[in-house]
Structure formats: C-alpha cells, structure tokens
Design a protein around this ligand. Structure first.
Ligand SMILES: N[C@@H](CCC(=O)N[C@@H](CS)C(=O)NCC(=O)O)C(=O)O
Length: 95
C-alpha cells in the first residue's frame, strides 16, 4: 500500500473531513502540520501548484485536496488508488 500523506493545519475543516474519510475506510495516514512553516508551504506550492490545505499524496502522487479525495471515494477507486486492494484475479474455470 502507498503511504497516505496529508499536509494540514490544525484549524482546517477540509483537513478534518479528509482525515475522517480515511478513518471511515480504516486507512492509516501520516499527517504533517504545516502551520507556522512557510518554507514547507512554499515547497508544497512548488509540488502541487496549490496554496490550500489539505494537500494529499498517495505515495509520491499528489491527489489534491479534500474535494478531489471525495471525488475519488465516490468513484469507488479509493482502495485501488492507495494500493490497499488489488483488482481480483479472474476466477479459474472449473475443469
Ligand atoms: N478545494 C479545497 C479547499 C481547501 C481550503 O479551502 N482549505 C483552507 C483551509 S480549511 C485553506 O487552505 N485556506 C487557505 C489557507 O489556509 O492559507 C479542498 O477541497 O481541499
């Protein structure tokens, strides 16, 4: 499974919603608080082109913020995208 990494700030409602979504799916995540860390925020801006938090990564892949995460959940591809489940092998025909 890819590491789920969230860049957050403590007062951010979208960050709380993103963490609650991962909790609902029992997906562990690592959180980095970027409040009071302007260097990290400009690094994030370079990596994602976004100024807002949360910024979410599956491994090295930037996903976006909560709205993008929520869209992935609605698409049914969340577990596949984090690598938490693999597509099932086709069933073998009985011989
Ligand atoms: N569309 C974004 C909205 C995120 C957003 O507006 N986050 C707020 C905090 S909850 C933010 O970063 N505001 C600017 C700032 O804190 O500098 C998402 O879905 O994550």
């Amino acid at each position: 499974m890819n590491e789920i990494l969230l860049y957050t700030t403590p007062q951010c409602g979208y960050c709380r919603m993103a963490k609650a979504l991962f909790d609902r799916h029992q997906l562990p995540y690592r959180e980095i608080d970027v409040s009071g860390d302007p260097e990290m925020r400009s690094h994030l801006l370079e990596m994602t082109g976004q100024r807002t938090v949360p910024q979410i990564f599956f491994g090295t892949r930037p996903i976006g913020g909560y709205e993008e995460l929520s869209a992935i959940e609605r698409s049914g591809k969340l577990l596949e995208m984090v690598g938490a489940s693999q597509p099932r092998e086709p069933e073998q025909a009985a011989t």
